[in-house]
Design a protein around this ligand. Structure first.
Ligand code: BES
Ligand code: MN
Ligand code: ZN
Length: 512
């Protein structure tokens, strides 16, 4: 039986950072020396222990490096964790979010029950306001403390079951602003961790029906959300031929998960209805166009777009912006069997357009096209889809940034703004007529693969055929969906990418 995830609470408050009792006090330090009032204060109480460490050259404040100094009876903290912020001139929200993640990652490792974050003291200024800093720190605190170990009898290093994080500041007015941001960051951070758990669960645990059940459970616990799940029979009745084709080969039958967020107050007349559509392929073997065996286990993450949408809906419901949002997750398992769809099949999608299947491994677009058409039929003014859609996107951008495509410049810009604020990076790639040309079939309206080149762009062009004139953007998150070690902040497995990006976009759209 699976055990619970680590429970992390994050808040902010006015604290005396010298006196506050905690297992770990994380202090932010820029590289290149310079004054650091808090460090000096602590150093005095610790009889020069920090100064000696720095003098020996054991800690230079370089980005994401840390050093531990043990507390004495003169300060409240049992440990002081120095966290490098890198060069002052490169400071951004990402710096602080990452520093918080590094700090809480250490806190979990050191089995701390309570950690106080004093990372921002030297960083506040015109560029970064206390509220946005509070949000970023809270997001980072959740990101860094997350561990996926629900199926391990004994967690690595014997982690504790809970961690309390306090973002601390000695000034009451700053603490209040930090707390305001931390409440938003806490909602987003817990939702991102939720998305990571859903995505990390293996294919034998998360399939379309259990993904729907997990979503319904989340919706029951949230306030302001409703959820409807269409099962195979209802998908057939609605003629959602794309989702049905992809799901045919599996004993776990496909689902369309639809979540609705209705805000408590009035919505301004000009505020658009947003549709978020996430690819929910719970396992992608490639189907009859079977993938090679090595690395196939990572295709349990092929529902990461869906997890991002479900997580974002959770965060939105907690924050309650004045805007209507519909979350749509078409879900199927792509397996080869005697009843699978096959190369050569011509399917009729929900929109009525027909598609010649030339490769059953290009399944994401076949299920998204039904999800997108559904969003348009629900009268969404703006539709954004997110999907682990193409290996080609990963070839183009590596594992650092997702791809961004779409049919509306303002929407692209708004998403770029959300990307910058959330730290989830995306890069604008082209799409349009040339690419669409490659997706025309000789025997059907469209085919599901293009030529060898520009696979992320041709995939987007295919999707664009299902949104009509609706403003639409597409995020290809292949490559950023998970990480398998190396030089990045956070634990291995799902990154929960998209929860912060989509939530940030929706909060921005609500403000107009
Ligand atoms: N889920 C994959 C894309 C993917 C690959 C995501 C690697 C994450 C990491 C998608 O369904 C797929 O198989 N795409 C094919 C499309 C091709 C057949 C046109 C691909 O990228 O090879
Ligand atoms: Mn595939
Ligand atoms: Zn796939």
């Amino acid at each position: 039986m699976a055990k619970d995830m680590i429970s992390v609470t994050v808040g902010a408050g006015k604290v005396d950072l010298v006196k506050v009792t905690c297992d770990l006090l994380a202090v932010g330090v820029f590289s290149g020396g310079g004054r650091n009032a808090l460090c000096d204060q602590l150093d005095k109480k610790l009889k020069g222990a920090i100064g000696r460490l720095v003098k020996l050259g054991d800690f230079k404040g370089e980005d994401k490096t840390t050093a531990v100094v043990y507390g004495g009876d003169k300060i409240g903290a049992r440990r002081v964790l120095l966290v490098g912020l890198g060069e002052r001139k490169k400071l951004s929200l990402d710096t602080l979010r990452d520093a918080a993640a590094v700090a809480t990652g250490k806190a979990v490792k050191l089995r701390a029950r309570k950690a106080v974050l004093a990372l921002h003291q030297e960083a506040l200024g015109k560029k970064l306001t206390s509220q946005t800093v509070g949000q970023a720190l809270a997001e980072g605190a959740h990101f860094g403390s997350y561990r996926y170990d629900e199926y391990m009898a004994k967690s690595k290093g014997g982690r504790l079951n809970s961690l309390k994080v306090v973002i601390g500041d000695a000034a009451g007015d700053i603490a209040r602003q930090l707390a305001k941001g931390a409440r938003i960051g806490d909602a987003i951070g817990t939702s991102q961790s939720f998305a990571r758990t859903i995505a990390n669960r293996p294919g034998n645990v998360i399939n379309p029906p259990t993904l729907a059940a997990a979503t319904k459970k989340m919706v029951r616990e949230a306030k302001g959300l409703s959820c409807v799940v269409l099962d195979e029979k209802q998908l057939k009745a609605k003629k959602m031929g794309g989702i049905l084709a992809v799901g045919k080969g599996s004993a776990s039958k496909p689902r369309l998960i639809v979540m609705k967020y209705t805000p408590p107050g009035r919505v301004g007349g000009k505020v658009p209805v947003i549709g978020l559509v996430g690819k929910g392929v719970t396992f992608d073997s490639g189907g009859i166009s079977l993938k090679p065996g090595s690395g196939m286990q990572n295709m349990k993450f092929d529902m990461s777009g869906g997890a991002a949408v479900i997580g974002a809906m959770r965060a939105i419901a907690a924050i309650k912006p004045a805007i209507r949002v519909i979350g749509i997750v078409p879900s199927a398992e792509n397996l080869p069997s005697s009843i699978s769809y096959r190369p050569g099949d011509i399917i009729t999608t929900f929109s009525g357009k027909t598609v010649e299947v030339q490769n059953t491994d290009a399944e994401g677009r076949l299920l998204l096209c039904d999800g997108l058409h559904y969003a348009v039929k629900q009268k969404c003014d703006i539709v954004i889809d997110i999907a682990t859609l193409t290996g080609a996107c990963m070839v183009a951008l590596g594992k650092y940034k997702g791809g961004l495509m779409g049919n509306n410049d303002r929407l692209i810009k708004a998403l770029q703004t959300a990307s910058k604020a959330s730290g989830e990076k995306i890069w604008h790639l082209p799409s349009g007529d040339e690419y669409l040309g490659e997706m025309k079939s000789k025997i059907a309206d469209l085919k599901n693969i293009g030529s060898r080149w520009g696979g992320a762009c041709t995939a987007a062009a295919f999707l664009s055929e299902f949104v009509g004139d609706t403003k639409w953007a597409h995020v290809d998150m292949a490559g950023v969906d998970m990480f398998d070690g190396g030089k990045k902040v956070g634990s291995v497995g799902s990154t929960g990418f998209g929860v912060r990006l989509l939530t940030s976009y929706v909060l921005g759209a609500a403000k107009g």
